[in-house]
Design a binder for this molecule. Structure first.
Ligand code: GDP
Length: 444
């Protein structure tokens, strides 16, 4: 995930401060030197680093901070605020047109993730606003691009307007828009061609499409993994097309995060969304404050809650809470839980969103093995419905039968049932408002 190494380095820098009772100006200077290096190593634009460290230093050596009882915490708060400011303060939503359709044009270099992002955004708006988008296939230079967009459209049940590769993109967009007006689509996403580098012919064509479509948003899609190149690309697209926002894709593959941290400051244009994986559901609204919290290893509980809410059926959640309290949580519920959690993405990423969990030793080694999940499910499926509902029925002979039926050893079956009983006990304690043993230490 993005920012991993930066988070580690920043925490090292803060640790230096925490060790001291009294913090002096020299301590702050030493910490700032480390933060500066950490940001440069994370591939943040050097000018952005300079401005950032200057702002933090000026505020951090102020008397109120150094004389306060908790100078280290005050300084972390300042770093957090200035990081948020660098990333853009507030989340900036799509520019909506007062009358339909809202037209969004995607631009960017080849391979940045435009076509994929068009699909992600269509899916996101369908889910959140019940939108009825139309996607226009305007990339006539890469024949596979049209096919790719059509496949995505089919997957999402979103119509795609295309005229093959023989018609000019401007004409395709003109006719596509006509269709959108006729069909009363509320959003139109225009997928445009990319090149390997910024070139004039491409910019001319994009300017013509812009003049014709008068989009409400021109979103530049950049690949986070290209680091400072992404920032340069953003700068030149912005100068030529006056973009309205940026989408940073492949944040999942970039451990440094320099592009995401620099783009706003260099171009003055907000990051509106980020792409966090290849799946069409791997899209997040970009919240600068939450991202700053994540970078500082403070977690991102709001995104976690939103993810959970989106993937969760509220009525189910209530039923589950009652079951936990009454200790009637059974193996059927357990399977449902396993599927839900697996559907939410890699568990280690989710856990890091919980404040304080970034520092827990050994988290990096925490991997959920899908095979292990499948094994647990196989064991449960080998139980009779009565056994699934009432785990107390599981006598040794029943356990032997289940082991044979699911192709596991009795030891494995016993271990699974033991884990289940323990988590059941823990859930009951938690719903009664007590922190289970062990957890209280984790949260300090
Ligand atoms: P385009 O040429 O700009 O239209 O780029 P594509 O949409 O074809 O994307 C290029 C490649 O990047 C594809 O293999 C996508 O699956 C992949 N991709 C796009 N967005 C993301 C993302 O957020 N994370 C990851 N890991 N891969 C992505």
């Amino acid at each position: 995930m993005a920012f991993e190494s930066l988070t580690d380095r920043l925490q090292q820098a803060f640790k230096g401060l925490k060790k001291k009772g009294k913090v002096t100006e020299a301590d702050v200077r030493e910490m700032m030197r480390e933060i500066r290096l950490a940001l440069l190593e994370a591939d943040v634009n050097f000018k952005v680093v300079k401005d950032f460290t200057k702002r933090v230093s000026e505020r951090a050596v102020g008397e109120e901070v150094l004389e306060s009882l908790t100078p280290d915490q005050q300084i972390i708060k300042i770093v957090n605020e200035e990081l948020t400011a660098t990333l853009g303060e507030e989340a900036v939503p799509l520019n909506k047109s007062p009358k339909i359709p809202t037209i969004v044009m995607m631009v960017g270099l080849q391979g940045a993730g435009k076509t994929t992002f068009a699909g992600k955004l269509a899916n996101f708006l369908k889910e959140n606003e019940k939108a009825r988008p139309l996607m226009i296939a305007g990339d006539v230079y890469r024949p596979a691009a049209i096919e790719q967009l059509k496949v995505i459209g089919q997957q999402l049940d979103v119509p795609v307007f295309d005229m093959g590769t023989e018609v000019s993109p401007v004409e395709i967009v003109r006719q596509g828009l006509e269709q959108a007006y006729q069909n009363k689509n509320d959003y139109v996403f225009i997928d445009t061609a990319g090149r390997l580098h910024v070139d004039e012919v491409l910019m001319d064509e994009l300017s013509q499409i812009k003049a014709l479509a008068q989009p409400n948003d021109i979103l530049l899609v950049v690949d986070a993994m290209t680091g400072q190149d992404a920032v340069n690309v953003a700068d030149s697209f912005n100068k030529q097309l006056d973009i309205t926002g940026v989408v940073v894709t492949k944040l999942d593959g970039d451990t440094r995060g320099g592009a995401a941290l620099s783009i706003r400051a260099v171009t003055g244009k907000p990051i509106k969304f980020v792409g966090t994986g290849e799946k069409l559901t791997d899209i997040e609204v970009f919240h600068p404050d939450r991202m700053a919290n994540r970078i500082l290893g403070m977690g991102d509980i709001l995104t976690l809650v939103e993810k959970a809410q989106k993937d969760y059926d509220e009525k189910k959640a209530e039923e589950l809470a009652t079951k936990m309290k009454e200790n009637t949580f059974d193996f059927n519920d357990f399977i449902e839980q396993l599927d839900q959690v697996m559907g939410m993405g890699p568990l280690e990423d989710l856990i890091k969103m919980i404040p304080g969990m970034n520092n827990v030793p050994g988290l990096d080694q925490l991997q959920i093995d899908p095979k292990d999940v499948e094994r647990k499910k196989a064991i449960i499926y080998s139980m009779t419905p009565a056994e699934r509902e009432n785990p107390d029925l599981l006598s040794p002979s029943r356990r032997r039968r289940i082991a044979a039926g699911s192709g596991n050893s009795v030891v494995e079956v016993n271990r699974m049932i033991k884990q289940f009983n323990e988590s059941r006990k823990m859930m009951q304690q938690m719903t009664k408002g007590k922190m289970p043993k062990g957890m209280d230490q984790m949260f300090g």
